[in-house]
Write a protein of this length. Structure first.
Length: 523
């Protein structure tokens, strides 16, 4: 009898265990961290040696680094729209940063899909899509580009709130507060979008003196003459001609004046700390009055110092949030991504800004930490992915079905090690012309070795680059007879991608018609 009772008890216990095991585990949290204009060349783990980013590097060291992450349209607002929707600009309707373009918040987005799956969603920092955010349980966002010092934020109900402090610190403060206030029974998805290091690069009070004793090496292509590349000849984003001494480099001179915006926002204490560092720089510049190459290289050094100072604050605050997740025991149950909305030129080709399909602006840093999927910490992959793929990958990792109309593709199996490649070729399309930097409209295809670009609208020029033999993209091979068959093959691949993504007539007036319709609607 005893044995029968014991057997029955054993079955009861086993049944109880089975019941407990069948309770679904909590879905992973998602922390998507994105900066504005953070070049992969300025992330320590990518090995360029310009600066140190130990906290961003930690994500890679404990997760995976992607060497080939690209965007579909290298400009801030459109890049954000692509990330939210998993669709190209011609599908989500947000083509450029022009004043008439407003993101359609009624469409399907990643945060809405996650909300439906039980997620608590939030966004803090930069939005830059002009419409009021939808799909978020909480938001605290900059107005348009936002400010570095004592910025205004739009919060729930479109309330305007001004915080005293530095934008990068405040964004992390709001991120931690969101996590603290989240329902512990729900997973959270937080988009933490830093304004930095966007132009005009105002460093935090505690970073003002950083890098002032450093002289950075000039990029190999700094004095590029753009031979054979007509669109590159006609842009307006050169450090020598287009970077402003006052607005960009905070230097009073007879050429320019200091923009008043950020300085009007500073407290007396903030302004005093600023002047203590920058007034001697201004005085030294006024005394030496460099010209020619000396002036161009002086501008480059000033630009890079301020830019990298801003990134140092970003890295500090990434560390703050990682440490907080670790303190509350949620670090390993959180998918953590660090990326940028696109790449950026740090003097390559003599430029700042982005837009072109050339590598420095097409490619963006991307590191991800999630030990439940990434079994080998510190993994590095050369698989090609795009920001188009972020939404479906996050949905896939969260166990949420990916809608059929999303154009991106999950790279979850690259993370888990089941696949070594993601895309064989990628498609790109840029629209914003002529303002503000006169970069021609263009589209193109990139494979692991070659890149074919077509500049159109008021120009009809093709460019071909062999990335293996010419990684700096200095020699346009489009008229090289030995490349004729290769060009034919790439044009076929380009056409296939245009069919796949339903951008089969990219040079048509559809975009202009849509902009005109929007204008009439809002007259």
């Amino acid at each position: 009898m005893k044995n029968i009772l014991f057997a029955g008890l054993s079955l009861t216990v086993v049944g109880a265990c089975t019941t407990q095991q069948s309770v679904p585990a909590k879905k992973p949290n998602i922390l998507y961290i994105m900066s504005d204009d953070h070049a992969y060349q300025a992330v320590g783990v990518y090995g360029f040696g310009l600066n140190r980013t130990p906290n961003i590097d930690r994500i890679a060291r404990e997760g995976m680094r992607f060497n080939n992450c690209f965007v579909t349209n290298s400009i801030s607002g459109p890049s954000r729209a692509v990330m939210l929707t998993g669709k190209f600009s011609h599908k989500n309707g947000f083509y450029d940063n022009g004043g008439r373009t407003i993101f359609d918040g009624s469409q399907q987005t990643l945060p809405k899909l996650l909300q439906e799956a039980g997620y608590h969603t939030g966004i803090v920092g930069k939005w830059h899509l002009k419409s009021t955010p939808t799909g978020f349980d909480y938001y605290s966002i900059h107005y348009d580009q936002g400010q570095y010092y004592n910025p205004d934020f739009m919060e729930e109900g479109e309330e305007r709130v001004r915080y005293e402090g530095y934008a990068t610190d405040l964004t992390a403060d709001n991120a931690i507060q969101f996590i603290q206030n989240s329902d512990t029974d729900k997973p959270f998805c937080l988009l933490m979008h830093f304004k930095a290091p966007h132009r005009e690069w105002y460093p935090a009070p505690n970073k003002l003196s950083m890098y002032e004793d450093v002289t950075f090496p000039l990029p190999a292509t700094f004095y590029d003459n753009y031979e054979g590349r007509i669109a590159a000849q006609q842009q307006k984003m050169r450090i020598d001609n287009d970077m402003l001494l006052g607005r960009d480099l905070k230097t009073v001179g007879e050429w320019d004046t200091i923009p008043p915006g950020e300085f009007r926002r500073m407290t007396p204490e903030q302004r005093s700390a600023w002047d203590a560092v920058y007034n001697p720089i201004i005085s030294d510049f006024a005394q030496k009055r460099p010209t020619g190459n000396a002036l161009i290289e002086w501008k480059y050094q000033r630009y890079l110092r301020d830019y990298l100072k801003c990134i140092s604050s970003v890295d500090d605050n990434v560390g703050r949030v990682l440490n907080y997740l670790e303190q509350i025991g949620e670090l390993d149950n959180t998918i953590i991504i660090y990326t940028s909305d696109q790449g950026f030129y740090l003097g390559e080709h003599g430029w700042f800004d982005k837009r072109f399909m050339y590598e420095e602006s097409l490619k963006t840093p991307f590191v991800i930490r999630y030990p439940k999927a990434i079994k080998s910490a510190g993994s590095v992959t050369n698989a090609m992915i795009q920001n188009l793929d972020f939404a479906p990958t996050l949905l896939d990792l969260a166990g949420v079905s990916v809608p059929n109309d999303i154009q991106g593709e999950s790279f979850k199996e690259v993370l888990t090690g089941k696949k070594q490649t993601a895309k064989e070729a990628l498609y790109y399309h840029y629209y914003e012309y002529p303002m503000p930097h006169a970069v021609k409209k263009h589209y193109g295809v990139r494979t692991d070795r070659y890149k074919l670009i077509h500049f159109y609208n008021d120009i009809d020029e093709w460019e071909l680059f062999d990335l293996q033999n010419d990684p700096n993209e200095m020699k346009n091979l489009i008229h090289d007879p030995s490349q004729a068959e290769n060009i034919k093959s790439l044009k076929v691949k380009l056409a296939e991608l245009q069919v796949k993504y339903e951008d089969t007539d990219p040079t048509s007036d559809a975009y202009l018609a849509e902009q005109l319709a929007f204008s009439k609607k809002n007259e």
